[in-house]
Design a protein around this ligand. Structure first.
Ligand code: SF4
Length: 248
């Protein structure tokens, strides 16, 4: 009887230990870029979301440039941390990194009247529109025919909403296409976390804008959880701290 229980448990443990979708085991497929383009302009929201996407594109032998345009991120200190983390990873892989404007005033102007919208609501559509419009413009002016974004890899986001905004921005230019690839599929979402731990990326705890910070803190207080502490949490380091304490 005991043996009957132990064998399936052992099999599950073995399967978990040899996860074929983990970074070390996964055989990345060659991705089909729209129109067989040989380069992509990737809008990036942050290092944790874009890390997996950057590696997937790189493994396909496709040239890429990372475009960091996120005037939604608030306050500026948080913006600088997220940007620097993203640049650090791009520098490591020798990938060009475009540091676009932080035109925060324009962002606040565009979302005026939408301050109390929930996440994934109308304010987010306007926010994505603004970020993708600038990405598409840069692509048009700098000879990129394909753009995409790391935003859709997060399970907190609505893929249809993001793809709709991306396509709308690209439609402004005849020579630009938005690549609606689902970066979450084939284990992309768990690999994103795995890679973030490997690289010790900064772990932000809210989407980015001052309203998402407000709403996340509100939810936390309602659930007896502490308010967000910005700039202190990094993927993979909690376990290291526990290990250090155990050694001491
Ligand atoms: S919640 Fe996120 S996507 Fe929505 S408006 Fe704020 S920063 Fe932009």
């Amino acid at each position: 009887m005991q043996k009957m229980i132990l064998i399936p448990i052992f099999r599950i443990i073995c399967a978990l230990m040899t996860n074929p979708l983990s970074i070390d085991n996964y055989q990345r497929p060659r991705l089909d870029v729209p129109d067989n383009a040989c380069k992509v302009l990737l809008h990036s929201c942050c290092a944790p979301c874009s890390g997996e996407v950057i590696e997937a594109i790189q493994a396909s032998g496709v040239e890429q440039t990372v475009f960091f345009y996120n005037p939604n991120i608030h306050p500026i200190k948080e913006y600088e941390i997220r940007k620097d983390e993203n640049k650090r990873f791009c520098d490591k892989l020798n990938i060009p990194f475009i540091d676009a404007d932080y035109d925060m005033d324009n962002w606040f102007e565009r979302v005026k009247g939408l301050e109390n919208e929930p996440e994934r609501g109308e304010r987010c559509t306007v926010c994505f529109d603004m970020r993708f419009e600038r990405t598409a413009l840069f692509a048009h002016e700098n000879n990129f025919s394909v753009i995409s974004s790391s935003l859709g890899i997060s399970r907190w986001k609505d893929m249809n909403q993001i793809n709709g905004c991306g396509e709308r921005a690209a439609d402004r230019y005849e020579d630009v296409t938005y690549w609606t690839y689902n970066w979450r599929k084939m284990g992309g979402a768990p690999r994103m976390v795995e890679l973030s731990k490997k690289e010790n990326f900064y772990q932000q705890e809210y989407c980015g804008c001052v309203y998402s910070l407000r709403d996340t803190n509100h939810w936390r207080m309602q659930h007896n959880r502490p308010r967000i502490k910005r700039g202190v949490k990094f993927y993979g380091l909690e376990q290291q701290e526990i290990d250090i304490k155990n050694v001491e």
